[in-house]
Design a protein around this ligand. Structure first.
Ligand SMILES: Nc1ncnc2c1ncn2[C@@H]1O[C@H](COP(=O)(O)OP(=O)(O)O)[C@@H](O)[C@H]1O
Ligand SMILES: [Mg+2]
Length: 374
C-alpha cells in the first residue's frame, strides 16, 4: 500500500492528470508530472513538473527518483520509456495493458481473441487491403489509424457511394490502419471500472455519451437504458478489465445496438472524459478512485447523489470572443471546471461543466440550454 504522504508520479500533463493530481492532493499525496510542454494543466497543480521528451532517460530517471509509484494519463508513451520506468518503480496499470490499449489494431485483436463483442474489422496496410476489406465489411465503414488517434482524429468515414480505394488510402495517408464496420447504434455508453492493487473491483454508474463531430459533447448519468443492458455493460466492462489485468481505471466505450446487444468501441486504461461527471455527482470521483486503486487503498463508494449532465467546453467557445461563464456561475447547481489551458484551439478540451436534474432527461435539457449561454 502506498499511503498518503507518499508521492504519485504521472506521465502526461493534460486535464486528466490535473484532476488526478487534485484528487491525490486532497488525500494528502505528493504529485509529480512528467510532460514535454511546460505549464501544463497537471503541472500547474503539481509539486514538481518535469519537462522533457518521453525518450529522455536522464529525465525519466529523475522522475522515478522523485516518486513512489507511477501511472499515466497519456496513452502514447513508448513501450521503451515505460519499461525503463517499470524496472525502477511500480507502474500501474502495467505496461502490457498500455501496449494493448494504445494501438487500435492490438486492442481490436485482443477483443477478438478473447471473444468480446466489437464491430467487424480488418487490418489495412495498402490500397489493395482496403479494397478487399470494403468488399468484405461493406459500407458505411470507418478507417481509423492504428496509432495516435483521439477525439476522432485519424479517422475517415467511407460512405455508401462510388469510391476508389487508391484515392481514399492516399488521402488518409497515415500508414497502418483498421477498417471497421459503421455500427448503426441506438446509443453510446461507457463504463468506468476500477480495480485496486489489493484486488477490489467496482464500476461507476453507466453514462450515456453524445458525440458531435466525433468529440464527446455530453455525458449523462445514469444512462437511459434498461436494467438488463446496464447489467450486461457492467459485467462486460469488468470482465475486460480483469482479462487485461488492469490495476487502476479502465474506461470501456460501448455501442448499444438496436437489438439491445453491446459492441465494444474503445478501451482507455486511465480516467476518461465520460467519467468527469463523477467529481460532482458521486461520493468518490473517478480520479480519487484511480488514486485509491493504484495506491492499494480500499475503493470508495461510487454512489451517485443526483442525475447529472456533463458538458465539454471546447476551444471553439473562444472563437472571436471571450466565452461567458456568468450564466453557469449564477446557477446554483452547476459546477464549472476549467483546465488552465492558455491557448484555446477549435476542438481542444478547455473545461467542462456539470448540471443536475430531477432525472437524466431533465439534466440534459438544462445542460443544452446552459451550453448555449457559454
Ligand atoms: N464503427 C463505428 N460505428 C459508428 N460510429 C463510430 C464508429 N467508430 C467511431 N464512431 C464514432 O466516432 C466516435 C469516436 O471514435 P472512437 O473510435 O471512439 O475514437 P476516438 O474517441 O479515439 O477519437 C465514437 O464515439 C462514435 O461516435
Ligand atoms: Mg472514443
Amino acid at each position: 500500500m502506498i499511503l498518503p504522504g507518499k508521492t504519485i508520479g504521472i506521465l502526461g500533463g493534460g486535464q486528466l492528470g490535473r484532476m488526478t493530481g487534485q484528487a491525490a492532493r486532497s488525500l494528502g499525496y505528493g504529485f509529480v508530472v512528467f510532460e514535454p510542454q511546460d505549464n501544463s494543466p497537471a503541472g500547474q497543480v503539481a509539486d514538481l513538473e518535469i519537462n522533457a521528451s518521453y525518450e529522455d532517460e536522464t529525465a525519466l530517471q529523475r522522475f522515478a527518483d522523485n516518486v513512489d509509484i507511477i501511472t499515466y494519463e497519456f496513452e502514447n508513451v513508448s513501450a521503451k520509456a515505460l519499461q525503463f520506468l517499470s524496472s525502477r518503480k511500480t507502474v500501474f496499470p502495467k505496461a502490457e495493458c498500455l501496449y494493448i490499449c494504445q494501438n487500435r489494431e492490438r486492442e481490436k485483436k485482443f477483443l477478438q481473441r478473447k471473444n468480446f463483442p466489437c464491430a467487424p474489422f480488418e487490418i489495412i496496410e495498402s490500397a489493395e487491403d482496403l479494397e478487399k476489406a470494403i468488399e468484405k465489411i461493406g459500407r458505411p465503414s470507418v478507417l481509423k489509424t492504428a496509432d495516435f488517434g483521439y477525439d476522432g482524429k485519424g479517422q475517415m468515414k467511407i460512405k455508401d457511394e462510388p469510391y476508389e480505394a487508391e484515392r481514399i488510402w492516399n488521402c488518409f495517408g497515415l500508414g497502418r490502419a483498421v477498417l471497421e464496420k459503421w455500427m448503426d447504434f441506438e446509443m453510446e455508453i461507457s463504463v468506468m471500472v476500477a480495480i485496486g492493487s489489493n484486488g477490489g473491483t467496482c464500476s461507476f454508474p453507466v453514462s450515456e455519451n453524445i458525440h458531435t463531430n466525433h468529440i464527446l459533447d455530453y455525458s449523462l448519468a445514469p444512462a437511459r437504458i434498461d436494467s438488463n443492458i446496464r447489467k450486461d455493460a457492467e459485467s462486460l466492462a469488468k470482465e475486460i478489465a480483469s482479462t487485461l489485468g488492469i490495476v487502476g481505471l479502465l474506461g470501456v466505450e460501448l455501442f448499444v445496438l438496436k437489438d439491445g446487444s453491446l459492441a465494444v468501441n474503445e478501451l482507455a486504461p486511465r480516467p476518461h472524459n465520460s467519467g468527469h461527471y463523477t467529481i460532482d455527482a458521486c461520493v468518490t470521483s473517478q480520479f480519487e478512485q484511480f488514486v485509491r486503486a493504484v495506491c492499494g487503498l480500499p475503493l470508495g463508494s461510487v454512489g451517485q447523489h443526483k442525475p447529472v449532465a456533463m458538458v465539454n467546453i471546447l476551444g471553439d467557445a473562444w472563437s472571436g470572443k471571450e466565452p461567458g461563464f456568468s450564466e453557469l456561475l449564477k446557477s446554483d447547481d452547476v459546477k464549472l471546471h476549467l483546465y488552465g489551458k492558455a491557448e484555446p484551439r477549435p476542438g481542444r478540451k478547455m473545461g467542462h461543466f456539470c448540471v443536475f436534474g430531477e432525472d437524466t432527461s431533465d439534466a440534459f435539457e438544462r445542460a443544452k440550454k446552459l451550453k448555449a449561454t457559454v
